[in-house]
Structure formats: C-alpha cells, structure tokens
Design a protein around this ligand. Structure first.
Ligand code: 1JT
Length: 260
C-alpha cells in the first residue's frame, strides 16, 4: 500500500503518445505517488502530451527540445518557479534518420551519425548538467537503452552506436554526480512496439522471434520496464548507480538462439 515515490517530484522527458515507454513510466510514477512533470518536443506534440498530462494529473507539462540549450535553461527556470527541487529524471529520447536504420551500417552518413549522437546520447549529458542543481536532496537519473549497443542487431545500426555512447555516458555521469548523491542508470528494455519502433525495417521480425529465445518465453511489457524505473527512482534503488539494468525477459543472457 505504501507508495514508493511519495513526496518525490519526477521529470519525464520523451512522452510522445500513449504507447511511449515514457508514458508507461509516467503512469507507474503517478501510481507510486510522485508529482509528475512532463516535457514534450515541439508544437506538434503539444496537444497530445498536454492531454496525457491532464489524464495523469501531471503538475506541469512543459515544452523542451533537448538539442537546444536555451530550451533546457528555460525548463530549469520554469521548474524553479513551479515544483522547486526535482528527485527523479527519466530520459526516454532517441532519434535517427529512417534511412540510416535500413541501409548497410557502412553507409551511415556523417550528418546522420551526428544527429543520432546529438539527440540520443549527448542530450543525457545536457539534461543531467541542467537538472543536477535542482536535485538538492540527491536523486536519480534514468535513461533507456537497447542491446544493439553491444551486439549487432540488423538495422539498429547508427542507433546502436548512439546507445553505446549513451551507456558509457551513464557511467561517467554516475561517477561525476555520485558525490551529490545523484544516481545515473539505464534500463535496457527488450523490443517494444512503440511509434519509433514501428517505422523500423524488420522490427516485427525481431518482436516475433524474441519469445523463442528469451528465458521467460515472451516479449517485454512496457509496464515491467516502468516498474523497474520506479525501483531505480525510489529509495529501494539507493545503492544502484552507473548500472545497465536489463528488463528484457532474459533475452540478453542467451548465447545461441536455439532452445529445446
Ligand atoms: C529509435 C527508433 C530508437 C527505434 C528504436 C530506438 N530504440 C529502440 N528502438 C526500437 C528498435 C528495436 C530494434 C530494432 C530497431 C528499433 C526509431 C527512430 C529513431 C530512434 O532493430 C532493428 C530491435
């Protein structure tokens, strides 16, 4: 009955729609008693995220394009005025050009590479630097990653390289911010059918083949990613930092995709 995030304020970046992993996390955070702040990218997302925010009884819904430093600075100044200190941040943001996720990796363009790194990896550093001064009682920063960071997953390509940089950033940020009692971790989720994933070539093939390999013999539910995010943001996670927590039905431990 006792709520794991009672009295905590959480900022969730990356809700695009009801199927977003960030939405499942937001919903679990509210269930656990957190005061919720949502941010969205650009005017096009505004109405959707404001509606979802109202449904979730979010305290505030604010625009923030994490590739623009002035928008991050503005977000911080708004938070100072509204919620004050922040205890938990969830970074659930990634982008790559569609054609970089379908052509051979060797053909990755310079611009496409830099774009994926900027949006999907550098943004965690920028968000952490902006938010750390608001995390006055310590806190938790959690990002989302995928196994394509350390293993070759066909078509994940430039996103895999961005996620590798993101995971390394988690470790360096954890080291920097640890003395302020700010923990930094990533959840490596199994494949989930979100709007981003839907557009990727052969994504359904990956989704259909995973259950035969994964120890739990099924795919990953966004709600179980969300519950692990609750754990990391809560005091139960107080000893965990710099970690990559796999929430993938066990998929990543398997050597060969052959069972039985
Ligand atoms: C982006 C996209 C980041 C899809 C993503 C992502 N992180 C995970 N996915 C889902 C996914 C999973 C697998 C895959 C491809 C995509 C698309 C837009 C850019 C950011 O394999 C090919 C397994």
């Amino acid at each position: 009955m006792s709520q794991l995030l009672a009295g905590k304020t959480a900022l969730v970046l990356g809700v695009a729609n009801r199927w977003s992993i960030a939405y499942a996390i937001s919903s679990a955070f509210v269930r656990e008693g957190a005061s919720l702040v949502l941010s969205y990218q650009g005017e096009r997302q505004r109405q959707t995220v404001e509606e979802l925010g109202a449904e979730l009884k979010a305290a505030v819904v604010l625009p923030c394009d994490v590739t623009k430093q002035e928008e991050l600075d503005w977000l911080v100044s708004e938070l100072k005025k509204t919620t004050g200190s922040v205890d938990a941040v969830v970074h659930s943001i990634a982008y790559a050009n569609r054609d970089d996720l379908s052509r051979p990796f060797v053909d990755t363009s310079r611009d496409g590479y830099l774009l994926a790194q900027e949006v999907s990896s550098y943004s965690l550093i920028a968000v952490s630097r902006a938010m750390a001064p608001l995390m006055t009682h310590g806190g938790s920063i959690t990002t989302l990653t995928y196994l394509g960071s350390t293993r070759v997953v066909q078509n994940y390509n430039v996103m895999g390289v961005a996620k590798a940089a993101l995971e390394a950033s988690v470790r360096y940020l954890a080291s920097d911010l640890g003395p302020k009692n700010i923990r930094v971790n990533a959840i490596s989720a199994g494949p989930i059918k979100t709007a981003s994933a839907r557009g990727v070539k052969d994504f359904s093939k990956i989704l259909d083949s995973a259950p035969a390999i994964a120890p739990l013999r099924r795919n990953t539910d966004p709600a179980e990613v969300a519950d692990s995010a609750v754990f990391l943001a809560s005091d139960l996670g107080r000893g965990v930092t710099g970690n990559i927590l796999f929430v993938d039905a066990g998929f990543q431990i398997m050597g060969l995709g052959v069972n039985d």
